[in-house]
Design a protein. Structure first.
Length: 393
């Protein structure tokens, strides 16, 4: 699937930058065009791979290139005011070669959480290709203002895009990690999962063609109902032996170049991998039962992509989700691992979102109470001063 990626805000720009690195490393051909939009000049300068001419600084008249300070209402206002500057960069994208837009942003900050929904609405009004969002939820330890921003942004973002793919930092940050190190690992996890998913069906020169192709239309149809999506992922290593053949714990085979692979064992291992992907750590934890649509992509060396195993995994997904719209296929890649990526679209039983909304309501109430108390204290302070001082006029 060929995407025009637009990173909005600091987190969005870094993730799109990492997608470009992944594209170069795997030759996957996912990113047809990449743009970064931000109100902070320093964040744009810090990007490595997005072309400088595609880095758009907005809000200069309001914030002078210093960012919006986690004020997502200001972020939305600036995006509205400077949408033409963003559109000028988008005009250079050959949209006839693109399957969809992907607007990427962190949902806890100011510029991205406020501006990304504004941009999505703008793109849907002008273009006929799908507009998807990739939103990153902040961890609960990041503070009340970021949770409140995320709750507000989520409600707007999911309404303005054709589908919102969500990654929850709370489920991936490890204790004891530095902030920078933690986000580096998180961004790598995001790119790995969505890279396999969006890369399926894109065949470069000299690459093998899948037996059961997952092309862009399969992804678009899976995401077509709107709502919220999450992605599961699991992999097992395939090791190279000294004779140049493949030796794999995955198959339990003889490592003799594939002729002696145990088909029944391979089928069982693929099914197990599918279960791990669906029931393990999702990008947004949820109950998979009640999922509206799903897509399964098995990737790795072609000789390990057992068709019977893929079909059995797909049927298992149908039973677990209760959905009759479960698509599946393989994605041959010359890499030392076999992986399963599962897109669950239209999920509804998401405890994290319910908690997010509740915490945001409490945070809003606390902020209102603090504001009211501050105003009362200021009035008392001014009244005390008036009693002690004579007025100037």
């Amino acid at each position: 699937m060929k995407l025009a990626m637009i990173g909005f805000g600091q987190a969005g720009g870094k993730i799109v930058d990492r997608f470009l690195e992944y594209d170069d490393r795997t030759n996957s051909g996912i990113v047809r065009a990449a743009i970064a939009v931000n109100s902070a000049k320093a964040d744009l300068i810090g990007l490595d791979r997005i072309p400088e001419e595609n880095r758009v600084l907005i809000g200069q008249a309001r914030v002078k290139g210093h960012g919006v300070g986690a004020d997502n209402e200001l972020g939305a206002e600036i995006a509205e005011e400077d949408i033409d500057e963003v559109q000028n960069a988008i005009d250079s994208i050959p949209t006839h070669e693109v399957d969809a837009f992907l607007v990427v942003s962190g949902m806890g900050g100011g510029t991205g959480s406020g501006g990304a929904p504004v941009l999505a609405k703008h793109l849907k009004r002008i273009y006929t290709i799908p507009v998807y969002g990739l939103g990153v939820l902040p961890g609960t330890d990041e503070g009340g203002i970021y949770t409140l921003n995320a709750a507000r942004s989520f409600q707007t973002f999911v309404r303005e895009v054709d589908n919102l793919l969500v990654f929850d930092n709370d489920s991936w940050r490890q204790t004891g990690e530095s902030v920078e190190g933690g986000y580096e690992k998180i961004n790598e996890e995001i790119v790995r999962r969505f890279g396999v998913l969006f890369g399926a069906g894109e065949v470069g020169d000299g690459q093998e063609v899948a037996e059961s192709v997952v092309d862009s239309s399969e992804i678009i149809n899976t995401l077509s109902g709107g709502g919220v999506s999450t992605v599961g992922y699991a992999s097992e290593e395939v090791e190279l032996n000294t004779s140049g053949g493949l030796l794999s714990r995955f198959t339990g085979g003889d490592g003799g170049g594939g002729d002696g692979l145990d088909a029944a064992n391979t089928t069982n291992r693929i099914t197990s991998l599918v279960r791990k992907a669906a029931l393990g750590r999702l990008t947004l934890p949820c109950e998979i039962e009640g999922t509206e649509r799903a897509l399964l992509v098995l990737s790795g060396p072609s000789k390990y992509l057992n068709r019977k195993g893929i079909e059995r995994g797909r049927k298992w997904l149908e039973e677990e989700t209760g959905s009759m719209e479960v698509r599946g296929g393989d994605f041959p890649r010359d890499e030392p691992e076999v992986s399963a990526a599962i897109l669950l679209s239209g999920v509804t039983n998401v405890p994290r979102i319910k908690r997010l909304q509740q915490v945001a309501i409490e945070a809003q109430d606390n902020m209102d109470d603090i504001q009211q108390e501050s105003e009362e204290n200021l009035e008392e302070l001014v009244e005390d001063d008036e009693d002690e001082l004579e007025p100037l006029f």
